[in-house]
Design a protein around this ligand. Structure first.
Ligand code: MCN
Length: 808
């Protein structure tokens, strides 16, 4: 019997959860292999230091130690340096990045040697006993200072300014000279440190006789890891299997190929034994990529009434000491969305990438697009203050009208569809904006200690990465397609093998929902296999909120192939023409004779025993589809944050958070809500708590959770969520991504709210994170005309109350 219930659009409970909540998940850390060795890294304590000598004799003599290897010892193992796949310009200068550095350390945490021992503790103890003769030299972590090239980080490049990319501009650039108002701002967005619940780990297993290797890794990208690590480690892709078992979150930090993965593979080959490595949390802070780390100069042109005319942006991006997989490509991901959901006439964007003596930066949830949205939405508020208008009125005036067919944005790319006014109006309605403004006015009137701030943020996002031809035009070396295999088994169950690699996003549930609806089964009948290049060999993995738009669409097409094949077989068995068959929820009936029927389950049995198949019909009900979309998908929405700021202490409390998002057709509303919750929590963290700080010698001052603040549940408010559904025109499901939307929209909503709360005291700027100290200084600096002599707390301090800039 076919199941008649529909699952798409329903809050189906997660199929993933039983194993996770009963302790039966298989994380890399839990895995072991006979004869397994452990690896520990010897990392530089200095941000910049020549390596004069590495003496491992004491470490080698320690109990359980198998060997110690330096860069020189492993020279012959490599097919090439660590992979870097996004040379954004022809003349980009690419720092060569070997898994171990031989000449000098270029950031604190750069690895100079690796110890292999029988146990983890032995390996880590011995790593501390490796004696390195360091010759520390001056380090540069400030981008402006690095750009002077006084201290070179890669001598062979001759400069620290390694890339300059310009969008080239669009529209009438004279607007920036002729507009009524041009607001000019500078925003500093600090580095962030990804904190997945599970730090990185890997286990390389060799099969020496066959020259085959299996790498189990906490990766988001098993397919990309296989092809790139094959190159780095001199292993044919056909001989390398990469498995991402259960992975405890990544947020972009595991969209990378790391030195430790490459080292574990070559050491497993060299020692003919499995080699495992598990990152410590402090190591995670030093040696896993950081996100953000950018400075923007922005000009926003507008009329006196607040009609936005154009945006011009120059960005400085801190690359860190080396390129990781995508490093200089991250600003480019934001390059196309600086106009946001506003109808503009002029656009200019360019960025300069600078290497510094700090951990490499790369993709962190949102990658480029949160940075862009922050710059735009902060500047729109600055415009509203300048012309004395309400920030809601200014936004409303410039929003692009609803469009259901693709429309070319001023930045040059085609936006699939959008209904920004609807999300914005709905958010204002939920918030009861007018009432909030009245409350704010009354508190100001009474000079309350706790002042109310209302922060608005609208956004559009370019996600669903995506069209291989556009990625090629942007000089990204791989494609953006994805794949799915559907196997209908004779027992009525279904197996999906998918090319995306979830690590918290619930693909097992949502992919099963879509298959269940198309095949007339329950999601419980659908098994979803992923994250293993041996079982799901085709795929481009999970990042850029691409999985639903690209991978799920591939599944949709594979399901259509299954239905076509099943129709042919049903027509044969029922002795009618294919056109005479009707299909509903996995059941074919003959038009006019509804009792004559075959379910897809029945047909899977016939296709399997293959006793009576139409001529030329391939046994088994199985299909593969690979989908390369014609466009990205472009979610959008509006967020409103309401805060109370204590003007005596500078402390901010978020009292309400409203998010109205549009990710097209929703497959599972509960999961979409969860993605927004997580994304907004990360954005709140970015706005109020998180900041990687280096001292002037390049020491990471925030190298543990005691100095790097991440919020707990008590710091995150209850969310008030709603949605509109404007189907994407990019794919037949109408879906757009949602995995990063919360992180993109929320930081400006929170910071705009903080500033709004104290704007009547003269505050126009508070940098991220808006710590109580920063807010306090902004208030008192603003009201007294200068920073106070002393504050009883320590930390990084901003100049008080930067101005909103001047008119052009
Ligand atoms: N979904 C849906 N309907 C839609 C869109 C999405 O039901 N119209 C649901 C689906 O269940 C899908 C999930 O939302 O499984 C996310 O889909 P999508 O937006 O396509 O994003 P991806 O699956 O490609 O996930 C990547 C995205 C990114 S880039 C980061 S970073 C991120 C994120 O997802 N990292 C995460 N969410 C995370 N969630 C967890 N728990 N852990 C991470 O590391």
């Amino acid at each position: 019997m076919a199941v008649t219930q529909r699952f798409v659009g329903q809050p189906v409970l997660r199929k993933e959860d039983p194993e996770l909540i009963t302790g039966q998940a298989r994380f890399t850390e839990n895995l072991t292999a006979p004869g397994m060795l452990w690896m520990a890294m010897v990392r530089s304590p200095f941000a910049h230091a020549h390596v004069r000598d590495v003496d491992a004799s004491r470490a080698r003599a320690m109990p359980g130690v198998v060997d110690v290897f330096t860069a020189k010892d492993l020279e012959d193992e490599w097919g090439g340096p660590l992979p870097f796949v996004w040379p954004v310009t022809e003349d980009i200068k690419v720092p060569i990045h070997w898994p171990l550095t031989g000449d000098k350390a270029r950031y604190q945490g750069d690895a100079v040697a690796v110890v292999v021992a029988e146990g983890r503790a032995e390996a880590e103890d011995a790593a501390e006993a490796v004696e390195v003769d360091w010759d520390p030299i001056e380090a540069v972590v400030d981008m402006d200072e690095a750009a002077t090239d006084r201290v070179l980080i890669h001598d062979d490049l001759g400069t620290n300014v390694v890339v300059h990319w310009s969008h080239g501009g669009a529209g009438d650039q004279t607007i920036f000279e002729t507009a009524d108002v041009v607001v000019k701002e500078r925003y500093v967005q600090p580095r962030l440190i990804p904190n997945a619940i599970e730090p990185r780990a890997c286990l390389a297993q060799p099969a020496p006789a066959m020259g085959e290797y299996t790498l189990i890794s906490t990766t988001q990208i098993p397919h990309i890891a296989r092809v790139t690590l094959g190159g780095t480690c001199n292993i044919a892709e056909s001989k390398l299997r990469v498995i991402a078992p259960d992975v405890g979150g990544g947020f972009g930090s595991k969209l990378n190929v790391y030195a430790e993965e490459a080292l574990s593979l070559v050491l497993a080959r060299r020692l003919k034994r499995p080699v495992k490595w598990v990152e410590g949390r402090q190591e995670n802070y030093l040696a896993t990529i950081h996100g953000r780390g950018v400075i923007h100069d922005v000009e926003l042109a507008a009329t006196n009434e607040g009609r936005i005319l154009g945006i011009r942006v120059k960005e400085l991006a801190d690359m860190g000491a080396y390129f990781q997989l995508l490093t200089p490509g991250i600003p480019e991901l934001g390059a196309w969305v600086y106009m946001g959901p506003y109808d503009m006439q002029a656009y200019w964007y360019e960025f300069t990438g600078i290497v510094t003596n700090a951990t490499p930066t790369d993709a962190y949830r949102g990658a480029g697009r949160p940075e862009a949205t922050f710059v735009l939405e902060r500047t729109v508020d600055a415009l509203a203050r300048r012309i004395g208008k309400d920030p809601a009125e200014v936004r409303r005036r410039s929003l692009v009208e609803k469009f259901l067919e693709a429309r070319t944005a001023i930045s040059g790319l085609n936006v699939d569809s959008g209904a920004y006014e609807e999300t914005f109006d709905r958010a204002l309605e939920i918030a009861d904006y007018e009432a909030l403004r009245r409350d704010q006015a009354e508190r100001r009137q009474r000079a309350d200690v706790k002042q109310l701030g209302i922060g608005l943020s609208t956004y559009i996002e370019m996600c669903g990465l995506a069209p291989s031809n556009i990625l090629g035009a942007l000089r990204y070396v791989a494609g953006g397609w994805d794949a799915a295999v559907v196997q209908c088994l004779p027992d009525g169950k279904v197996i999906l093998k998918i090319g995306t690699s979830p690590h918290g996003q619930s693909h097992v549930t949502t992919w099963a929902q879509v298959a269940a609806d198309e095949l007339g089964v329950s999601p419980d009948d659908v098994e979803v296999l992923h994250g293993d290049t041996a079982t799901a060999p085709l795929g481009m993995d999970t990042y850029g909120s691409r999985s639903v738009s690209v991978g799920l669409t591939a599944l949709h097409y594979a399901l259509q192939k299954i239905k076509d094949k099943a129709r042919t077989l049903a027509a044969h068995e029922l002795e009618v023409a294919e056109e005479d068959l009707e299909l509903d929820r996995g059941r074919f009936t003959v038009r006019g004779a509804p009792d004559k029927a075959r379910t897809i389950g029945d047909l899977a049995v016939s296709a399997w025993h293959a006793h009576d198949l139409p001529t030329g019909f391939e046994p088994n009900l199985e299909a593969t589809a690979v989908w390369d979309p014609p466009n990205f998908t472009w979610p959008g929405g509006a967020h409103i944050c309401v805060v109370e700021v204590d003007t005596e202490t500078g402390a901010t409390e978020i009292v309400r958070y409203i998010a109205v998002d549009d990710c097209g057709t929703v497959i599972n509303p509960m999961i979409v809500d969860g993605q927004v919750h997580g994304g907004v929590a990360q954005g709140i963290a970015e706005a109020l708590y998180e900041e990687a700080m280096y001292d002037e010698h390049g020491n990471l001052m925030t190298s543990s959770m005691t100095q790097y603040l991440i919020p707990a549940a008590t710091e995150v408010p209850p969310f008030e969520l709603d949605r509109t559904e404007t189907p994407s025109t990019t794919n037949p499901l109408g879906v757009k991504g949602i995995g990063e939307a919360g992180t993109i929209a929320s930081p400006p909503a929170v910071i705009n709210a903080v500033i709004d709360a104290v704007a009547h005291l003269g505050v126009t700027n508070v940098e991220k994170p808006a710590s109580p100290e920063r807010v306090w200084r902004a208030i008192h600096g603003a009201s007294t005309g200068g920073a106070p002599a002393a504050m009883p707390v320590s930390g990084t301090v901003d100049a008080p109350a930067a101005s909103d800039g001047g008119a052009a």
